[in-house]
Write a protein that binds this ligand. Structure first.
Ligand code: PGA
Length: 310
């Protein structure tokens, strides 16, 4: 292994994680032949094949699996070292890797602007994905902090609640139910419904509430993005349930319906694996976000008073 380089291990780790040279190349901004070459050289240093191809799929050999686990440990140790060095320097600089659920994208980027001005030495990598995507990233220890609405109960994590994330029923402004008070939840079963994709936390919450009340909605359309759903509602394709934060900024073409058992009360949590020691950068962001979201909550309360009709 004396010949192996850190770069080769990085390439191998990405290829093993994705099960694909092409996707590893995309992630690392390399060409596919470069990835193949690096892995070929690494294979030579190890002296055993690392991958095997069965049909179209790529699998790790036993040596590959061992090396994959070793890579994880090596990169984690290096990250810890970098963190200690940054802490020793006492400087707020380095990289912050954030992964947030789709609805948090309506306010997290806004809060990042002032944060970056305050700490110009901190670079941010922000991933936006659905609930299932966050769980996967967390399991693979890919980010410093995660923002999500449902704290996973099968993983050992530390978390802090920082802002409400209510789910509301949205309809177009010309919908016949606009202006009606305390609409029965059963009534939703009669409306064409637009649903988020499987793996979405929003979808899971809606489904839970509907199951509790024995309601079967007529799913007219399934869409994997809050923005696409908003457009579909505005276009008259149906109603839906989304986070109230998706109304930022208010375009004036959607209305929150006053339906019993709504809003579904949820919150945003800042989460990280319990065993993971937070870097000074991550801790700084953690504290900043708690403070900034408190201020934002006050502002949004006023804002939503304005847009709520019903
Ligand atoms: P989603 O996340 O994008 O998975 O629906 C939102 C949530 O869980 O609140």
């Amino acid at each position: 292994m004396n010949q192996a380089t850190l770069h080769q291990l990085k390439v191998f780790e990405a290829a093993a994680r994705h099960g694909s040279f092409t996707r590893a190349a995309e992630e690392l901004f390399l060409t596919q032949p470069t990835v193949s070459m690096q892995i070929k050289q690494l294979t030579k240093s190890v002296g055993l094949p690392l991958f095997e191809q069965v049909g179209k799929r790529l699998y790790l050999t036993e040596a590959g699996r061992e090396l994959f686990a070793t890579c994880r440990q090596i990169f984690e140790t290096i990250a810890q070292f970098e963190m200690k060095v940054a802490d020793l320097k006492g400087l707020k600089q380095g990289q912050l890797r954030l992964a947030v659920i789709t609805t948090a994208k309506y306010f997290i980027p806004r809060l990042l602007g002032p944060f970056c001005q305050l700490y110009p030495g901190i670079d941010i990598a922000l991933q936006v994905t659905n609930h299932e995507g966050i769980l996967e990233r967390m399991t693979n220890n890919m980010d410093d902090l995660y923002i999500m609405s449902q704290v996973p109960d099968h993983l050992d994590v530390s978390y802090e609640q920082f802002l409400e994330n209510p789910l509301v029923v949205l309809a177009p402004t010309n919908h016949p139910l606009v202006g009606e008070k305390n609409i029965s939840i059963q009534r939703l079963g009669e409306e064409p419904f637009i649903m988020r994709e499987p793996g979405s936390g929003t979808r899971r919450s809606i489904q839970k509430l509907f199951d509790e009340h024995g309601i079967e909605v007529k799913v007219k359309l399934e869409l994997g993005s809050n923005e696409a759903i908003k457009q579909a509602i505005a276009g008259g394709l149906g109603i839906s349930v989304l986070s109230r934060h998706t109304l930022i900024p208010d375009t004036g073409d959607l209305v929150i319906l006053d339906v019993e058992n709504f809003p579904i009360k949820r919150s945003w949590y800042m989460v990280h694996p319990s065993g993971k020691q937070l870097s000074i950068v991550a801790r700084t962001y953690f504290e900043y976000l708690l403070d900034a979201s408190r201020k934002l909550a006050d502002r949004q309360f006023n804002y939503h008073e304005k847009v709520t009709v019903g």
